[in-house]
Write a protein that binds this ligand. Structure first.
Ligand SMILES: Cc1cc2nc3c(=O)[nH]c(=O)nc-3n(C[C@H](O)[C@H](O)[C@H](O)COP(=O)(O)O)c2cc1C
Length: 161
């Protein structure tokens, strides 16, 4: 699968097969994701594998689509507001890299923002000043939803003098 095809065919997966997914496979996608652009090489992303006890406490409404693995992705804060913002942008690039790496090898991912709530942050032990990028179900898709239509890109493009 080439990059454009991976970008176009990735979906937010809401239901997973029970099949296990090897931790080292996931780590290989995280390693690939770490080639994301990041200003001054801050490499601000941090990943936690969320274990069953913590996952149960989160009480997600579909339990992340029954994904066999759940990952928390956070982004280190910065010494200045700009550094923090740039770190978050870099971590979002890391996230997309990870989603595409997983998809290109036949897996699927479910991005949830549940972890950003104060209650979830506390359960997950996210340090104050760090940003939650998302919490992700990872596994093999039970179903692949159709693509959601996008606004024609021409409507998002303009020219400056
Ligand atoms: C920052 C962020 C937070 C998201 N949070 C959720 C969420 O809480 N629940 C959910 O179902 N999808 C969530 N999504 C996934 C989007 O809903 C999904 O990407 C969008 O509907 C487009 O679908 P697609 O990814 O299959 O193209 C989130 C995506 C982003 C970037």
């Amino acid at each position: 699968m080439n990059t454009i095809e991976a970008i176009r065919t990735r979906r937010n997966i809401k239901a997973f097969k029970p099949d296990a997914i090897a931790r080292e496979t996931i780590v290989s996608w995280l390693e690939a994701a770490s080639f994301a652009p990041n200003h001054r090489m801050t490499e601000p992303w941090e990943v936690r594998f969320v274990g069953p006890e913590t996952r149960a406490k989160l009480n997600h409404k579909t339990d992340f689509g029954a994904a066999p693995v759940v990952l928390l992705l956070t982004s280190k804060g910065g010494a200045t507001p700009i550094e923090r913002e740039e770190n978050l942008m870099a971590s979002a690039c890391f996230a997309q890299n990870f989603l595409l790496a997983a998809h290109s090898e036949g897996a699927g991912t479910f991005w949830s923002s549940l972890a950003a709530s104060p209650r979830s942050r506390e359960i997950l032990g996210v340090p104050e000043g760090d940003d939650v990028v998302g919490i992700f179900g990872v596994g093999y898709p039970e179903e692949e939803p159709p693509a959601k239509e996008r606004t024609p890109i021409a409507q998002k493009i303009s020219d400056l003098a």
